[in-house]
Design a protein around this ligand. Structure first.
Ligand code: HDD
Length: 684
């Protein structure tokens, strides 16, 4: 074996090579092989480092420049690769190739994100979540850059910088990070009633999703579909998770920020690594201009939904996410979405928010990725052939041949390659007549800011309403300026008097007068589709069960439970005070996690498989008592054997439908026990 490098003698060093066997040799970026990756070049063994050391300088230089500017919004995100498969072709509506044939697959990459926090912030704050999909179609990339909430805070892109400045950490103090519960956000909200609809969604349980796998996605804007004959129709896009939509409870999401900063990123990664691939149906709402004109709101207004009763959803395909990224930087940080990326068959509407986005994303990629050639980065490059006369620029990686860098040209007549030319079947904008004066004005049809928030509020269950009222009360409690709180209350009165009263009571404030509405709200019919609880998917698929055991537990009971959780599609995770081998009745067993590092916040349901002695001992251990008390407070199922009673009592668990025998746990853990809530916390 070769002698290791000896810094005192300068001898040896072959083992410093990273490459072993047939792994490649370590080299500089310019290809020179490196013999020593531990020591810089110095004069003598203890002397100064030499400027000549190109290996040191190159390595540190590259390291110093490793980071690029983070996204101004949606900085923290997680990606996954997969495919979209068309199940119900729509050639009558769109000529887009990905919707042309049943069974046709198109590669995709998806990035889920929070909005307000920085790249290193946590996964579970109350926030809107981004749901952006890049379809690598055979006629170019189509980017559907949506959110998990079907409406947006503002109606005009001109207001986006103000909205974002107000929600991000406050400019002077640099906090709070990843939170909307502060003066400037609510100041903006209180002055801009168009924000209220999205604010209500964000304050609902939608703002604290359980998992990226259990969250809906929405294209939000009305887009256009165009068929081969050039006939256009309006469309809204919806992603529906096959696992159903599920959220956390607020206390749980707050605690998760301590237990696991990467809760959603880890969940997505682990599910895909385990072959438990997240799936989403893609559904459309398509309609024509006559229907749009008949609605009591404007389909070009991104603060409005189109209720499913007005235009039902039609599922046209499904997306499967089946591959984790190989490299976070190359495939997540360098991933660039552009709502302006459309393909023949998909077009934009005149939604003024969308129109502004068409400029913003292209522009931001230049500042984030440093070059107009960001489309050449592998994760951004189309997977179909692409060619044009755009040339050069920083980080150009292509080497175009010949002289044809302008069009039209006649170089082919001299036998030279003339390069690409426009094709008759290329993208054509829908020929829409446009006329009118140049004005800075908001259409009258955008003026109703309260009817849809009211519809959303009325569509919620009692618990869901309580969560919204509590969330607004919590956020306004963090607002230090009274006049802002009062102005929010004056806006809420137009949404629903009871909501305003509940928040005012929660803040111990008198209700101010209602804000004068620009347009009187109307009562729209509530819709079950807007509630999470009314459409709860009672399944253990994708859910996790934490199983607490200790010395003396019955091994066979543990094994039976583990199997039954797996059989129901769930993931069991065993927890004990010590993770090494524990002596049980019937054998030894190791735990997956240690009690202090595995709070019940991480699980959808918990089980206690404990001998009486162990339960009595654990009743003196705050981590164990907290494990049970929090599971109970977070409305989760608790399965237990006879031995666990001392711990259950100490944690204050009262019998109810969610406190069950071990055998019933896999079924019980598919639900949350909302009826328990009123006895546990003061619901606003
Ligand atoms: Fe945006 C990123 C979603 C309005 C400007 N936006 C960004 C991302 C998502 C959304 C999911 C993250 C993309 C990724 O993962 O890389 N944005 C939306 C939705 C909107 C919306 C659903 C309204 C319906 N956005 C919006 C407006 C503007 C922007 C009105 C500006 C006029 N958004 C940006 C941006 C970002 C961005 C600054 C930051 C990073 C990026 O684009 O690539 O350009």
């Amino acid at each position: 074996m070769a002698k290791p490098y000896d810094p005192t003698t300068g001898e040896g060093g072959e083992t410093q090579q990273i490459g072993r066997g047939d792994t490649p040799k370590l080299t500089t970026n310019h290809g020179a092989p490196i013999s020593d990756n531990q020591n810089s070049l110095r004069a003598g063994t203890r002397g100064p480092t030499l400027l000549e050391d190109f290996i040191l300088r190159e390595k540190i230089f590259h390291f110093d420049h490793e980071r690029i500017p983070e996204r101004i919004v949606h900085a923290r995100g997680s990606v996954a690769h997969g495919y979209f498969e068309c199940s119900d072709p729509i050639p009558e509506l769109s000529r887009a190739s990905l919707f042309a044939k049943k069974g046709k697959r198109t590669e995709v990459i998806v990035r889920f994100s929070t909005v307000a926090g920085g790249a290193g912030s946590v996964d579970t704050p109350r926030d809107v979540r981004g749901f952006a999909t890049k379809f690598y179609t055979d006629e170019g990339n189509w980017d559907l850059v949506g959110n998990n909430i079907p409406v947006f805070f503002i109606q005009d892109a001109l207001k986006f910088p103000d909205l974002v400045h107000s929600v991000k950490m406050e400019a002077d103090r640099g906090f709070p990070q990843a939170a909307s519960a502060h003066d400037t956000f609510w100041d903006f909200v209180s002055l801009m009633p168009e924000t209220l609809h999205t604010v209500l969604w964000a304050m609902s349980d939608r703002g604290i999703p359980r998992s990226y796998r259990m969250m809906e996605g929405f294209g939000i804007h009305t887009f256009k579909l165009v068929n081969a004959e050039g006939v256009e129709s309006f469309v809204k896009f919806h992603w529906r998770p096959r696992l159903g939509t599920q959220s956390l409870v607020w206390d749980e999401s707050a605690k998760l920020q301590g237990a696991d900063n990467d809760y959603h990123r880890r969940d997505l990664w682990e599910a895909i690594a385990a072959g438990d691939y997240p799936e989403y149906d893609l559904a459309i709402q398509s309609f024509d201009a006559a229907l749009a004109d008949s609605l009591p709101y404007d389909v070009l207004d991104a603060t409005k939904i189109i209720p499913e009763k007005d235009v039902p959803l039609r599922v046209i395909g499904r997306m499967v996410l089946d591959r984790n990224p190989d490299n976070h930087f190359a495939e997540n940080e360098q991933l660039a979405f552009l709502p302006s990326n459309v393909v023949p068959g998909i077009d934009f509407s005149d939604d003024p928010l969308l129109q502004g986005r068409l400029f913003s994303y292209l522009d931001t990629q230049k500042s984030r990725l440093g070059t107009t050639n960001f489309h050449q980065i592998p994760v951004n490059a189309p997977k179909c052939p692409y060619a044009n006369m755009m040339r050069d620029g920083m980080m150009q990686t292509q080497i175009p041949k010949g002289r044809a860098n302008y069009e039209p040209n006649s170089l082919d007549e001299a036998g030279e390659d003339p390069g690409p030319r426009p094709s008759a079947d290329g993208f054509r904008s829908a020929p829409q007549p446009v006329e009118g004066e140049k004005l800075r004005i908001r259409s009258e049809t955008f003026a109703d800011h309260y009817s849809q928030p009211r519809m959303f509020w009325k569509s919620q269950t009692e618990n869901e309403q309580a969560h919204i009222a509590s969330a607004i009360t919590f956020e306004l409690s963090k607002v230090a300026l009274d006049h802002i709180r009062l102005r929010v209350l004056s806006q809420l009165r137009n949404v629903d008097e009871a909501l305003a009263e509940r928040v005012a009571k929660g803040l111990a404030l008198d209700l101010p007068k209602a804000a004068p509405p620009a347009k009187e709200p109307i009562d729209l019919e509530p819709s079950a589709a807007l509630s999470i609880q009314k459409r709860w998917n009672a399944t253990l698929q994708g859910r996790k069960v934490g199983i607490l055991f200790d010395e003396g537990s019955h091994k066979s009971a543990l094994e039976t439970l583990i199997k039954s959780v797996k059989d129901a599609g769930g993931t069991p995770f065993t927890i004990a005070p010590k993770v090494g081998g524990l002596t049980l009745q019937g054998g030894e067993m190791k735990a997956d996690g240690q009690l202090a590092g595995s709070p019940s916040w991480l699980f959808d349901g918990v089980a206690l498989v404990l001998a009486e002695d162990a339960a009595r001992r654990l009743a003196q251990d705050s981590a164990a008592v907290g494990f049970v008390a929090d599971a109970y407070a977070h409305l989760k199922a608790i399965g237990h054997d006879e031995g666990a009673m001392a711990l259950l009592d100490r944690a204050g668990v009262k019998p109810d439908a969610g406190v069950v025998d071990l055998a019933k746990l896999p079924k019980a853990a598919t639900l949350r026990y909302w009826d328990r809530e009123a006895s546990l916390r003061d619901l606003a």
